[in-house]
Design a protein around this ligand. Structure first.
Ligand SMILES: O=C(O)c1cc(=O)[nH]c(=O)n1[C@@H]1O[C@H](COP(=O)(O)O)[C@@H](O)[C@H]1O
Length: 273
């Protein structure tokens, strides 16, 4: 999917919501555990109930890898279900990969070619030659961790390197990578006050912003400091939406939570025009 197609979807749906499919068998409604593939059964119902309210889904691969081959098969079924039934949806494999060049190429093939995701999250720590193999894929997006939502972000990301915070170095250096037009960045919703300075470095790039809901980030603050003229934001909530209910009507409860966020996003989008 191109960035222009993503922006068009945002305006059409009046939403820049990304729903995180972080499926934990200990948290899903008990009746689904009788299903042959409980993870996929859960995802299918969540997707069918919420697809009109969001523009993206983000399965975090940890929640699939934890269940071995069955988990990976559930991930494969989920992305196929999305690509077949809702091709307008932007898909994010939250895998946080990145390695030496030839290994990164294989990771890129796994997520962009085999699974056919639109994007994948990547850790920048190994530098240019670990990121560029992902950027070589046309109309696929590489979402680089910049300033993360967790407390540990302050261990390294905000430390000064050559007089500048490390996360700013990541933003500035990566702008010169080959294929940089395919870059997006992760900035945690819990760090909204940093967004004005981030926008000075990358005025238009799309940001994946996790951390509203369960981690306490504030949607209005993220929009105030982070929205660009092309919106430039995908705001993710995982647990706050998918575990809103635990009974037979869990998907309706998830849709109610998604609708609350979508309505706030609609108000923010109206401020742009
Ligand atoms: O890359 C991410 O998506 C990510 C980066 C970050 O800084 N913080 C963060 O929470 N995430 C992911 O975003 C999701 C947040 O989930 P909830 O806190 O349940 O909404 C999880 O899948 C995290 O792994």
């Amino acid at each position: 999917m191109t960035t222009e197609q993503l922006v068009a979807q945002i305006h059409k749906k009046k939403s820049f919501l990304c729903i995180g499919l972080d499926v934990d068998l200990a948290k899903i409604p008990e009746h689904l555990l009788q299903e042959e593939d409980p993870i996929f059964a859960f995802n299918k119902q969540i997707i069918d109930a919420t697809h009109h309210l969001c523009v993206a889904y983000k399965p975090n691969t940890a929640f699939y890898e934890a269940y071995g081959i069955k988990g990976w098969m559930a991930l494969e079924k989920t992305i196929k279900y999305l690509n077949t039934n809702y091709p307008e949806i932007f898909t994010i494999a939250d895998a946080k990969r990145g390695d030496i060049g030839n290994t990164s190429t294989m990771y890129a093939k796994a997520f962009f070619e085999d699974l056919a995701f639109d994007s994948v999250t990547i850790a920048p720590y190994m530098g240019k030659d670990s990121v560029e193999p992902f950027l070589a894929f046309k109309n696929k997006h590489t979402i680089l961790l910049a300033l993360t939502s967790n407390a540990g972000a302050f261990d390294y990301q905000t430390k000064l390197v050559d007089g500048k915070e490390l996360y700013k170095q990541v933003l500035e250096t990566s702008k010169a990578y080959k294929g940089a037009e395919n870059l997006m960045y992760v900035v945690g919703a819990t760090k909204a006050e940093y967004l004005s300075e981030i926008r000075q470095i990358i005025p238009e790039s799309f940001l994946l912003v996790p951390g509203v809901g369960a981690q306490g980030g504030n949607l209005a603050d993220v929009c105030k400091f982070g929205m660009s003229s092309n919106v430039g934001l995908l705001i993710n909530s995982s647990r706050g939406i998918i575990y809103a209910g635990a009974d037979l009507n869990f998907a309706d409860s998830a849709a109610e939570k998604a609708l609350e966020l979508q309505q706030q996003m609609q108000i923010e989008l109206e401020k742009l025009s």
